[in-house]
Write a protein that binds this ligand. Structure first.
Ligand SMILES: Nc1ncnc2c1ncn2[C@@H]1O[C@H](COP(=O)(O)OP(=O)(O)O)[C@@H](O)[C@H]1O
Ligand SMILES: [Mg+2]
Length: 288
């Protein structure tokens, strides 16, 4: 009775909103569900600019640990820009300027004392187009731990390569062909190789920017299953243009519009009972 309706699988955006639940009950349920997951990433009043053009306006968002948080919204609303704020990838775009505060485990990641290379190991990133290095499958995974001095002899690196490929759900498919080029794999396998590469340097947070956009439905389903396994050990933030995917893979959803974070909350609440009419319009397919 007091539980919010849980969205399993595909959400039909045209479905009726949940009605008849009192505000108090909804609020209580949401708090109970989020309580066991401490905040991992905390963004407070983040603005981002490309030269004179402002792309993010005062974005504040708490990302809970061991959950998948989906960033949704129409093209150009700032999802990728916000994602790149979390590992300071925007630093690599000369015209981009970010203000506000972002902490991970309560540590300010924009503190000048932060080693950005270390930060990007702690906060891994997977892109829309799989981008393995033009090297062997083994080397794709071994490279990061080696340059970060995380593994010493060959046996250690072998172990790390195997465990990373295991966690990325790719080991059984590649264990007999580790010497072959990463680019010889299928698109879905390449994307899992990129996930293994991110995992190999022991991250806390994994950012994914439309990781399935270039994949077929079967490869997409494989990555979606994997995300559910990975969240046991990592905090995941995924940008997706697919509301169905957001509903399937995430526990939390944040809706962006024109550079503003319109609302965020438990995924089932955002999809069944959003507070803002802009969210309502987007999830019912009125724009986007
Ligand atoms: N490298 C860039 N240089 C200039 N403008 C950019 C750059 N990247 C994004 N923008 C602009 O910032 C806004 C937000 O873009 P983006 O974060 O990519 O949105 P989304 O990922 O939601 O599609 C858009 O207006 C886009 O044109
Ligand atoms: Mg984008």
């Amino acid at each position: 009775m007091t539980e919010a309706i849980y969205v399993e699988g595909t959400v039909r955006p045209d479905e009726e909103s949940v009605t008849g639940m009192s505000e108090a009950i909804e609020t209580d349920t949401t708090e109970t569900e989020t309580a066991p997951f401490p905040t991992k990433v905390k963004a407070n009043n983040v603005d981002a600019f490309y030269a004179e053009k402002q792309a993010l306006f005062g974005v504040s968002l708490d990302v809970p640990e061991n959950q998948v948080t989906a960033l949704i919204g129409p093209s150009g609303c700032g999802k990728s820009t916000f994602l790149r704020c979390i590992n300071r990838m925007n630093d690599t775009i000369p015209i981009c300027r970010v203000t506000g505060d972002i902490t991970i485990d309560e540590q300010d990641i924009y503190d000048p004392a932060i080693d950005v290379v270390q930060l990007r190991a702690r906060v891994g990133m997977v892109f829309q187009k799989p981008n393995p290095f033009p090297k062997s499958i083994y080397e794709n995974v071994a490279y990061g731990p080696r340059i970060h001095g995380m593994a010493q002899g060959k046996a250690d690196i072998d172990d790390l390569v195997e465990s990373s490929l295991q966690r990325a759900g790719l080991w059984n498919e590649v264990k007999d062909r580790l010497g072959e080029s990463g680019t010889s794999l299928s698109g879905g396998q390449q994307q899992r190789l990129c996930i293994a590469r991110a995992i190999a340097v022991n991250p806390d947070v994994i950012l994914m920017d439309e990781p399935c956009s270039a994949l077929d439905p079967i490869a997409t389903a494989r990555i979606e299953e994997l995300m559910d396994e990975l969240r046991q050990n990592y905090t995941i933030v995924i940008v997706t243009h697919s509301m169905q995917q957001a509903a399937r893979v995430s526990q939390r959803t944040a809706f962006f519009h024109l550079g503003y974070l319109v609302e965020s909350g438990a995924t089932e609440m955002i999809f069944t009972n959003p507070e803002d009419t802009r969210t309502q319009d987007y999830i019912t397919g009125r724009f986007g």
